[in-house]
Design a protein around this ligand. Structure first.
Ligand SMILES: [Zn+2]
Ligand SMILES: [Zn+2]
Ligand SMILES: [Zn+2]
Length: 140
């Protein structure tokens, strides 16, 4: 899965504030220049913020632990435009659950673009399944 990294190039790039390698920079965060690899890693890092206890994406790194976007001052586009979930986005600004829901809808709809009445309960059930809170609630 992992693509081979391009060699760092100190003659062209400022070393990354996190990995200290001169990879091609992706963003400028309060701590300094962040390379594309560290940026992707931060975007995927889930946890609990050590300052406000926010549970979600915690891109900030402090000596005390990870911090959320608000506390770290890091701007990161990780909110799904459809459901608002803090997730790594799958496509067009939406999380994979919303993309999945859309695919279910498209699969079940006929040429009219409407879900046939007899398939509506199935579509709803599949949509619910795609929602993380529902899945979690059922496990209790
Ligand atoms: Zn880096
Ligand atoms: Zn926080
Ligand atoms: Zn979503």
């Amino acid at each position: 899965m992992s693509r081979p990294r391009k060699a760092p190039d100190p003659t062209r790039h400022t070393p990354c504030a996190r990995c200290h390698e001169a990879y091609s920079p992706a963003v400028l965060w309060p701590e300094g220049v962040i390379c594309g690899y560290c940026y992707m890693a931060a975007k995927r890092f889930h946890g609990t913020c050590v300052i406000c206890q926010h549970d979600g994406i915690v891109p900030g790194i402090t000596p005390q632990g990870r911090t959320c976007r608000t506390c770290s001052g890091i701007t990161l586009n990780v909110g799904c435009t459809e459901c608002g979930a803090e997730e790594e986005l799958h496509s067009k600004g939406r999380c994979w659950r919303c993309v999945l829901k859309d695919q279910i809808r498209q699969t079940l709809t006929g040429p009219t673009g409407q879900i046939p009445d007899k398939l509506a309960p199935l579509a709803a059930a599949l949509g619910d399944m795609a929602r993380p809170n529902t899945v979690r609630a059922q496990m209790h």
